[in-house]
Design a protein around this ligand. Structure first.
Ligand SMILES: NC(=O)c1ccc[n+]([C@@H]2O[C@H](COP(=O)([O-])OP(=O)(O)OC[C@H]3O[C@@H](n4cnc5c(N)ncnc54)[C@H](O)[C@@H]3O)[C@@H](O)[C@H]2O)c1
Length: 284
């Protein structure tokens, strides 16, 4: 199948690589061409704009940082909409605003193009190992077409409902991920102060009821001071802003969420925005 992938950063690069490895023709574009070289070396084709990338594609994937980036690659100058046509499916893997997603879907549908919101969870490791959880919102027929492609990149693929429900589900995910991250930071701070062997502690509690992705994957990075991203703090701040907007709309007041949001914002203000979320350990 002719596919396009726009935004080949920490997540998009390995995800597009899986589509290539599965035998699809993949045209790619991203902000920094040099970072796409590993895909070009494996047979991907470079395009100078999202519109050019989408021109001959049946399905276009996007994985860029924030809502304005998705708006730019889909609806901006040189955006996908310029070459959009009846039958084209756009699958957006970015984590962005659910309401902006619905608005973009309405604009694309005027060209006969269907948008699926399909944010992912599982981190850089899940992207590399093709074990992502992918939460999809949008038209059921478009989902049926996209699902076999999503299976090359993820293990748990869920059609959550109509357009925007993938993003709302991802916000549920971000509440769990961020509050658990803080719990891991506090537990390991306690363990360190108590003089415990930290790798043994992670092993011991990770196998019981306290086990979690955050503990298993970020705990070892926390205790060795490896703060390379992973999932950047500035992206978690962006996600927590989206969660804050949604909780306000729903009239909710979630205490642990507020605390962890403050800590991530403080980490960002201290210049840690490009570090991985495990660097929260340094803030506790
Ligand atoms: N890193 C993770 O662990 C993780 C996990 C789940 C979800 N996400 C989400 O996935 C999305 C991407 O995250 P990432 O970690 O890969 O970020 P990243 O910054 O590593 O990659 C983003 C890519 O998008 C490209 N890009 C940005 N604006 C562009 C534009 N206008 N046109 C073309 N390309 C553009 C950049 O060049 C970069 O290659 C974000 O929404 C993030 O919240 C990330």
């Amino acid at each position: 199948m002719n596919l396009a992938f726009i935004g080949t950063g920490i997540m998009g690069l390995p995800m597009a690589g899986h589509l290539l490895a599965a035998g699809h023709r993949v045209t790619v574009t991203s902000r920094t061409k040099s970072r796409v070289e590993p895909l070009l070396a494996k047979g991907a084709t470079w395009a100078d704009s999202p519109a050019a990338a989408a021109k001959d594609a049946s399905v276009v994937f996007t994985c860029v940082p924030d809502t304005p980036d998705v708006e730019s690659v889909l609806l901006g100058k040189g955006g996908v909409i310029e070459s959009a046509r009846a039958g084209l499916i756009v699958v957006d893997h970015s984590t962005i605003s659910p309401s902006a997603t619905r608005e973009m879907a309405a604009k694309l549908v005027e060209r006969g193009t269907t948008l699926l919101d399909a944010p992912v969870s599982g981190g850089d490791i899940g992207a590399k190992n093709a074990t992502l959880s992918i939460m999809v919102g949008g038209d059921a027929a478009a989902f049926a077409t996209a699902e076999p492609l999503l299976r090359h990149m993820g293990k748990t693929i869920t059609h959550c409902g109509g357009i925007g429900t993938g993003q709302l589900t991802k916000l549920v995910n971000q509440i769990l991920v961020s509050v658990t991250n803080l719990a891991v930071c506090e537990a390991l701070t306690f363990a360190k102060k108590a003089g415990l062997d930290l790798p043994k502690t992670i092993q011991a509690v990770g196998g019981g009821a306290a086990g979690s992705w955050q503990l298993t994957n970020l705990g070892p990075r926390m205790i060795t001071g490896d703060f390379a991203p992973g999932f950047m703090i500035k992206l978690q701040q962006k996600d927590l802003r989206l969660v804050a907007e949604a909780t306000k709309e729903l009239g909710l007041d979630l205490q642990a969420l507020q605390r962890v949001t403050e800590l991530f914002d403080r980490a960002g203000a201290e210049g840690r925005g490009n570090e991985g979320t495990q660097a929260l350990f340094a803030m506790v």
